[in-house]
Design a protein around this ligand. Structure first.
Ligand code: R5P
Length: 291
């Protein structure tokens, strides 16, 4: 029962103090619903709104990739250093501790293996299941220029429609396939199509020339994909340049979990992304901490 004899008159109204605006300043996200913004804010660390996403979803088409043979042994110890984890629902449910504080970006498209045409994907997870698993976003592959281009775009737009109902953002992954180039002209085309059709975040590869135009032309945050394993200094240099040229973060897999010291590497990447540490200094940090 209410304890009415201890109620005191409310008086802290501060009528002379204007209400503080609570605008969300992640690129292109200011008009989204609160739930969508809240999930994005879990992934993109305020106030700079940058992220180090750890991608471990490779098994959905590659099977047990080098470094992901035992996710419990190789990845779980890295979770606390990542701002987000990109993974499949199979790995999340079987292997990721429910007590992990790292937000999940859930792989939501799939179908073909590396033995078949990769662009032949379907939606592989319902938004309802993404909500059930407490995903902070879902990820869908978009194959601009690929054999099944239209269907992969349609996969994304269907997820975007569902995302509006559930308040779960969609990350579109621009997949370059085996034969497509990764120059700025192509990446501008692919990333812009994804954003125009409703993706809340776009993942793309880095290109050495004019990546800044790719980022500038994309009205939502871009995260840089890592790609194949590079020497650590090269990977850190690529991440540094992508951030300097407009990316809001990275979504790296092999360059972290295939490193000789994945903990030292993810911390070096994090220093580049969150502290703008120069590549050489980040590499020196990696060498100091590597065991
Ligand atoms: C591939 O399609 C997946 O989305 C991977 O998550 C992505 O390629 C990132 O991993 P990596 O940095 O190893 O290329």
């Amino acid at each position: 029962m209410a304890d009415s004899d201890t109620i005191v008159d409310a008086e802290r109204f501060s009528p002379d103090v204007p209400a503080r605006p609570q605008a969300y300043d992640l690129k292109g996200s200011g008009a989204l619903d609160w739930g969508m913004q809240s999930r994005l804010a879990r992934i993109f660390r305020p106030p700079a709104n940058r992220t180090v996403m750890l991608a471990i979803d490779h098994g959905y088409f590659q099977g047990p990739t080098n470094g992901l043979e035992r996710v419990d042994l190789s990845i779980v110890p890295l979770l606390k250093y990542a701002d987000a984890l990109m993974a499949t629902r199979g790995i999340v449910r079987t292997t990721i501790p429910a007590a992990s504080r790292t937000p999940v970006v859930l792989r939501a498209s799939g179908g073909p293996s590396i033995l078949r045409e990769l662009s032949d994907e379907q939606i592989a997870v319902s938004m309802e299941d993404a909500a059930r698993i407490n995903a902070s976003a879902v990820a869908v592959q978009v194959f601009i220029g690929g054999e099944f281009e239209s269907r992969s775009v349609h996969n994304m737009t269907r997820l975007v429609d569902e995302s509006q109902r559930y308040g779960i953002p969609v990350l579109a992954v621009t997949a370059v396939g085996r034969d497509l180039t990764r120059d700025a002209r192509y990446l501008r085309l692919a990333t812009r199509i994804c954003a125009e059709l409703g993706a809340h975040v776009v993942k793309t590869y880095y290109c050495a020339e004019d990546f800044d135009t790719v980022a500038a032309a994309c009205p939502v945050p871009l995260v840089m994909a890592g790609g194949k394993k590079l020497p650590e200094l090269e990977a850190l240099t690529m991440a540094y340049r992508a951030i300097e040229e407009g990316a809001a973060g990275v979504d790296m897999g092999r360059n972290i979990f295939q490193s000789d010291d994945p903990v030292a590497m993810i911390n070096a990447v994090s220093a580049v992304v969150h502290e703008s540490l120069k590549p050489r200094a980040a590499y020196d940090q990696f060498l100091r901490h590597a065991v």
